[in-house]
Design a protein around this ligand. Sequence first.
Ligand SMILES: [Zn+2]
Length: 265
Amino acid sequence: MTTADTEDSIPLLATDEPAAFELFNVEGKGNAVLVCDHAANRVPRHLHKLGLDDVRLADHIAWDPGAAAVARQLAAHLDAPLVLSAYSRLVIDCNRPLHSPQSIAEKSAGVTVPGNLALSQNARQARIDAVFRPYHDAIERLLDRRGGQPTLFISVHSFTPVLDGEPRLWHIGISWYRDRRFAHLLFDELARSGDLIVGDNQPYPIEEVFDYTIPEHGARRGLPSVMIEIRQDGIRTEASVQAWAARLARACQRIEAAALATGRA
Ligand SMILES: [Zn+2]
């Protein structure tokens, strides 16, 4: 039997495996909702590590190292609910539109992903149904429940310090899609300390052909939205994670306070 055949006939997630998403501080009362699309590098047992070894699966191609830890602490500071994806982006990338070739990547950063080659339509659909859909439905339900409460929609990612041999100098990137107001306030808050190189829509701009989460949940609802990308070598220790989360929380709180003072919240 081929991998595709087995995928067609057995449920993707076994009953003892985690759900597609994790909710953190779901009853949070703050004026932000956080999401972490690339929080985990877990692969359903049934997919046999997608044919990759543990070193590859620990690498940035499988997830955003450090992002989940920052997202949890930032959510705690802001008393914000947080939705985290529980499976690797190589199973299906929760921040790629389903029509994107990178949705279920056959190759990532030059590494072939054997378990993603020549997938049948059924195998592809199984990943959508088991991972992509439940994660985005959870975000949708959470946002629906907030009614008219002001909501800053924040997605937390991390990026590799070197890509294709090129070092990347930004400590953090603040990316926006169509409405840049919240992103520019956050950019200014972070940049004015003078000790950070902050990317404005860098290292990654948000584009509808590549990105799914902010256009689908933030922009479609008209929520002030940003994608935060932190360089991975800046969040490798517990202390540095705490420092970034506290710094981002202070910046968000100052923006919120300024908006309240001028009656714009
Ligand atoms: Zn990411």
